[in-house]
Design a protein around this ligand. Structure first.
Ligand SMILES: N[C@@H](CCC(=O)N[C@@H](CS)C(=O)NCC(=O)O)C(=O)O
Length: 350
């Protein structure tokens, strides 16, 4: 039996299609990533990367439970386990090449193209252009390869078709702006239509439909899906802090990188140490804290602990002290991030 950790998004969709194609027995475990369920310790024990899909094979090698995470790895694992959808052994090189091309290229670039065009709080032309063009370039590579072919590898349907289907199915989000995003990729379009007509696709699309996944995108969703936007330490993987701060993640509200002016590194470090107390997180009194990220780069964090008026007061005092230094212009380089601090300093009680 396969326990299938699922959310209705492109990477889990691939596994849903594999399971429906092969008829392997499975049980869906919904993981509502918009509610942050991917960050629980129980789920991290199955996928330390905190993303779906993941599976637990209750009858893994030697009859032991085996976890597998990352869609490409799961497809390979299940194909090898069942001996299905691997194509001919002669084509193993091609199969692995295209599988990894999707896992490390087409998929991630498509994901980032969607993020910067739809989800990012600011519309950044450089990022949009970079990821959209790279997604298009990957589409172009696949389109050229599919000329005269019915399947990506060899002459039969394989896990590579499944893997590509998961992302090409989202073309309208990856390449928005036209009614037919595949119009200029006619080989992909023909291939996609033929895959999409398979009876298992219909069933795969229904997986998890009996579960109510959160749809609205609010602050909780943004923190759950994009923790690196507000939790610098978690993103940087400082383990000790990670463990402590992940628990408190919902409290994080602000991360401001600060750049010391050349030659002012020591003064900045001393100032931050005095102005931004490093108090004990567990005691629940923390409000602001600072870390040194590089020789001249620092960052301050704010947990916005609204529960105590005392913290709001401290916020205001710290922000005001920082702003004074920023305005004086002798310690910090004025980076774009500073404006976040300015906005905050104005709002908080002095
Ligand atoms: N490389 C991974 C990527 C997995 C991934 O990004 N999953 C998304 C859904 S398609 C997810 O879990 N997002 C929630 C999050 O990032 O917190 C794979 O291929 O499985």
């Amino acid at each position: 039996m396969i326990r299938f950790y699922f959310h209705p998004t492109p990477n889990p969709a691939k596994i849903a299609l594999f399971l429906e194609e092969t008829g392997l027995a499975y049980e869906v475990v919904p993981v509502d990533t918009s509610r942050g369920e991917q960050h629980t310790p129980e789920f991290r024990a199955i996928n330390p990367n905190g993303k779906v899909p993941a599976i637990v094979d209750t009858d893994g090698p030697g009859g032991r439970e085996t976890r597998v995470f990352d869609s490409g790895a799961i497809l390979l694992y299940l194909a090898e386990k069942t001996g299905q959808l691997l194509g001919s052994p002669d084509n193993r090189g091609e199969l692995l090449s295209w599988l990894f091309y999707i896992a490390s290229g087409l998929g991630p670039f498509s994901g980032q193209a969607v993020h910067f065009q739809r989800a990012a709080p600011e519309k950044l032309p450089y990022a949009i252009n970079r990821y959209r063009r790279e997604a298009e370039r990957h589409y172009g590579v696949l389109d050229k390869h599919l000329e005269g072919r019915s399947f990506i590898v060899g002459t039969s349907f394989t896990i590579v078709d499944i893997s590509a289907w998961g992302w090409i199915d989202r073309a309208k989000f990856v390449l928005p702006g036209s009614d037919d995003p595949l119009a200029s990729f006619r080989n992909i379009k023909r291939w996609f239509q033929s895959i999409d007509e398979r009876p298992a696709v219909d069933k795969a699309r229904k997986v998890g439909s009996d579960h109510l996944f959160k749809k609205e995108v609010d602050e909780e969703t943004r923190r759950a899906l994009f923790p690196s936007n507000c939790v610098g330490l978690v993103a940087r993987g400082i383990d000790d802090y990670c463990q402590r701060w992940e628990k408190m993640m919902s409290k994080f509200a602000l991360y401001v990188p600060l750049q010391a002016k050349p030659g002012m590194e020591k003064q900045v470090a001393d100032f931050l140490r005095s102005a931004v107390p490093l108090v004990d997180a567990e005691a629940g009194t923390i409000s602001w804290f600072a870390i040194q990220e590089g020789p001249s780069s620092f960052a301050i964090f704010d947990t916005f602990n609204d529960e105590a008026g005392r913290d709001a007061h401290l916020n205001g005092k710290v922000a005001a002290a920082l702003m004074e230094k920023v305005k004086a212009g002798d310690m910090f380089t004025k980076t774009p991030e500073i404006h976040k601090l300015e906005i905050l300093a104005d709002k908080l009680p002095k």
